[in-house]
Design a protein around this ligand. Sequence first.
Ligand SMILES: NC(=O)c1ccc[n+]([C@@H]2O[C@H](COP(=O)([O-])OP(=O)(O)OC[C@H]3O[C@@H](n4cnc5c(N)ncnc54)[C@H](O)[C@@H]3O)[C@@H](O)[C@H]2O)c1
Length: 463
Amino acid sequence: MNVCVIGGAGYVGLITGLGLAELGHRVVNVDIDAAHVERLNRGDSPIYEEGIGPLLRRHLDSGRIRFTQLLPAGLVDSEVVIIAVGSPAQDDGHADLSAISSVAEDLSKHWDEPDGRYRVIAIKSTVPVGTAELVRSIMGRQKREGEDFDIISNPEFLREGKGLHDFFYPDRIVIGSDSERARAVIKELYEPVIQRRVRFNGEEPPGSEPVPLVETSLASAQMIKYASNAFLATRISFINEVAWLCERTGADVKEVSYGMGFDSRIGHAYLDAGLGFGGPCLEKDLRALIKISEASGYDPQLLRSVLERNQRQVEEVVARVKEAAGDVLYQRVITVFGLAFKPQTNDLRNSQSLEVIQRLREQGATLRAHDPVALPEARALDPGAAYIDDPYEAVHGSDALLILTAWPQYAELDYGRIKERMASPCIIDARNLLDGSLLRALGFSYTGVGRGPSRASTEPRIG
Ligand SMILES: NC(=O)c1ccc[n+]([C@@H]2O[C@H](COP(=O)([O-])OP(=O)(O)OC[C@H]3O[C@@H](n4cnc5c(N)ncnc54)[C@H](O)[C@@H]3O)[C@@H](O)[C@H]2O)c1
């Protein structure tokens, strides 16, 4: 099929476009970001994702994907138009739908250039119930629904850092629409994924049964996405609450969550205590859902508590730095390991780590920071800061080391060497990544989150 992906230089748009090209479709990714379009056409991905570079170069060569700023060029021959532009939070938490409405205006203006034809508009951006109606009403001024276009909601559930894997091996595909014709088009689009005929990176698909296809109304599809993200956020805030109870009762939250996770009703995912959730989605979508609830006259007490618990995580880590490194942080040297909002990505959007750095700086601390992949993005954001490529160099002369992103390579470092370089051997592990007993044996003062002082080993053991 011929597909146009709007917002095609962003995380979701790029992964979707490349995934569809790999399935055999011909894809044009349209984006207003001229610099990213130019980089992508040269085969240089602005986002860090496992497997993305080779896939991009292969499909630029095969001619199955290209990038442009021009919407009419993307619409030529297209049968499906996927909208994957951002829906960021406004200051008050409402989802900002200006990019979506601007795309709808552009679509309605250019729909017939050069050939008027029926196309399915699939909304992949995370948007509140009512947004499909907004797109419908803008399109409906010029075009007829059912004849010229249909709208479906096809929310995205990929995890950054595992984006391509999740595209090829999704847990489910959600299609919300009133139109039988549009649903059939979208099923055809994803057919190789649904039937598990794809092999990505030499991996076997996780199962042989077809991927569950969840067909719903437009409203339910949009709500499935918000409810899923709010639930994931709730798990994280829940375990962070349990972490504080553990500290006060002498339990170790790592052992507790490990033990909880074997319950088939619970599972292990999203049950790691630490600095809480950041990134481009969970907080934004939680805040949007709170606003949606309030607008409907419902007081979302639980959702608000989930958000408040998360906001306190940053404060509590800052308090721990003060406990460990001294109440006055003025001119104390603090090294941070990890800037991205989670491992395996270079995405700094709404990173808890940057929030902690900001708070420490406000108190006069001198910050030095390392990240395995996000340093170029960090330097672009704040060129004056001390971002250091070598982790051993980064800890030089520092009074405390903070682990703020759970990059597995930080667990592999030589902490004897790190201790020699630090002014004071103090580690605050806000992701519970390191082996606390080993570090204490090396002479560090070590603090995790929700862990008793004597038992902070890396992994609880079965048996
Ligand atoms: N990032 C994730 O992990 C993730 C996962 C699931 C869902 N989502 C949702 O997907 C949507 C996109 O998220 P993202 O992280 O890819 O955002 P992003 O900011 O990385 O990408 C959005 C892209 O849209 C482009 N754009 C904006 N206005 C445009 C216009 N009028 N025409 C063409 N292009 C335009 C931007 O230049 C940008 O490249 C959001 O609604 C988000 O909530 C994101």
